[in-house]
Design a protein around this ligand. Structure first.
Ligand SMILES: *[C@@H]1O[C@H](CO)[C@@H](O)[C@H](O)[C@H]1NC(C)=O
Ligand SMILES: *[C@@H]1O[C@H](CO)[C@@H](O)[C@H](O)[C@H]1NC(C)=O
Ligand SMILES: *[C@@H]1O[C@H](CO)[C@@H](O)[C@H](O)[C@H]1NC(C)=O
Length: 369
């Protein structure tokens, strides 16, 4: 504003040109973007590099062969051969993939124009998940960080404009797998003091609390991914001689998902303006694993990158690991994480899929609502 007033005084023609360019630019970006910004919360399934900034974390992916199919062919901290679900969702929304919050704070940038990612490998709904991976940003802290960002956006734009932008932005949350592994995983301690039902119920309750905080900060459009059939990932199959899925982990995930769905339905009736897409990751992921050929996959059990055992799942994907030649025909990149090809199917279905998998509305409908 100040600079354009300055121009008014000194050169009227230039001002007209300047305004004209502004309008063109404004229309161009609006036409491409389906939402003003994307804010991402979650674990390694959507971490785009936050953990690179955590010196004590062992949940890291900023080394080869991660990123081998990324546009830069370099490891970025994503636990994937290429783009992950956060990148692909941003793509669908016509947005630049939101940068990691810790990268922005390290560079002292407050450019939140396309959104921010708070996701962190190893993160859980419970703060305690952190113990396993030494250092990650649990969901509670991710929401704390969002509170800081919300404050800065409000400072920059004023309360009314900030609220308007946040209410149209997409809040995507992909979390819960690490909490499920912590109780039901093949290497989890069996000396639990609570029953499986109590455990998943407390996960739902804790998640609900954080979701309410995001709503109170001004979020209105939520894309919530349920926990997948994580008992079928290579690390869990590897715990059984038969290579069968870990049924306890799948049971935990599907029970958590049921509680999550009913929590979301509660909020839609209780919280004014609350809108959501729930994505049935469990069902879609199980389809990929049970009928891989239909989706163009040849291998749905073994990790592409990793080491030892039939499933290459005794070791993480490390610089010394071997990896498969065609990442597009594998569902799993490493012992825990899907390939970009699998994530693409997941995100396409969340965006445009039928009500059976993305309900009550899909992401495309959510952003248009
Ligand atoms: C802010 O980030 C967006 C995309 O990430 C970029 O297009 C834009 O130029 C940046 N703006 C500033 C002022 O750095
Ligand atoms: C291994 O899988 C079989 C099903 O194929 C199941 O009956 C058995 O309980 C599993 N073992 C363990 C240790 O999970
Ligand atoms: C890799 O796998 C995909 C999916 O199965 C297939 O379409 C493609 O032709 C394969 N590429 C090569 C080089 O074999």
């Amino acid at each position: 504003m100040a600079s354009s007033l300055y121009v008014v005084k000194h050169n009227f023609i230039l001002t007209i040109m300047f305004c004209f360019m502004m309008i063109i630019n404004f229309k161009y970006t609006r036409g491409d973007q389906l939402a003003p910004a994307l804010f991402v919360f979650g674990d390694s399934l959507v971490d785009v590099g936050n953990n690179n900034h955590l010196p004590f974390s062992i949940a890291k992916a900023n080394f080869p062969h991660n990123g081998i199919d990324f546009p830069t062919h370099k490891a970025t901290g994503r636990f994937s051969n290429g783009k992950n679900a956060a990148d692909l969702l941003a793509e669908k929304l016509g947005l630049v993939s939101p940068p990691p919050y810790l990268t922005l704070t390290h560079t002292k940038s407050s450019n939140f124009s396309s959104g921010v990612s708070f996701a962190s490998g190893g993160a859980g709904i419970f703060d305690g998940t952190d113990q396993l991976y030494r250092q990650s940003i649990p969901l509670t802290k991710q929401v704390d960080y969002f509170g800081i960002v919300q404050g800065k956006i409000t400072q920059q734009l004023g309360q009314i404009e900030a609220q308007k932008i946040l209410s149209k932005s997409v809040f995507a949350i992909v979390i819960g797998s690490n909490d499920i592994f912590g109780y039901f995983g093949s290497s989890a301690s069996s000396q639990n003091k609570v029953t499986p039902q109590q455990y998943v119920a407390s996960m739902v309750l804790a998640f609900k609390g954080q979701l309410k905080r995001l709503y109170d900060f001004g979020g209105r459009k939520f894309v919530i991914f349920g926990v997948a059939a994580v008992g079928c990932c290579p690390s869990q199959r590897d715990g059984n001689k038969t290579e069968a899925c870990n049924e306890a982990a799948n049971f935990g995930a599907s029970n958590y998902d049921k509680g999550l769905i009913s929590a979301l339905q509660d909020y839609q009736t209780q919280l004014k303006g609350f809108q959501y897409t729930y994505f049935d990751t469990y069902a879609v992921f199980l389809n990929l694993i049970q009928q891989p050929a239909i989706y163009g996959f040849k291998e749905a059990k073994a990790a592409c990158c990793g080491g030892l055992g039939n499933l290459h799942a005794k070791l993480a994907c490390l610089p010394i690991s071997t990896y498969c030649s065609n990442r597009s025909d594998h569902v799993f990149w490493d012992l825990y994480h899907p390939t970009e090809a699998a994530d693409r199917i997941i995100v396409d279905t969340a965006f445009n899929g039928p009500r059976k998998f993305a309900f009550p509305i899909n992401v495309k409908q959510l952003v248009a609502a």
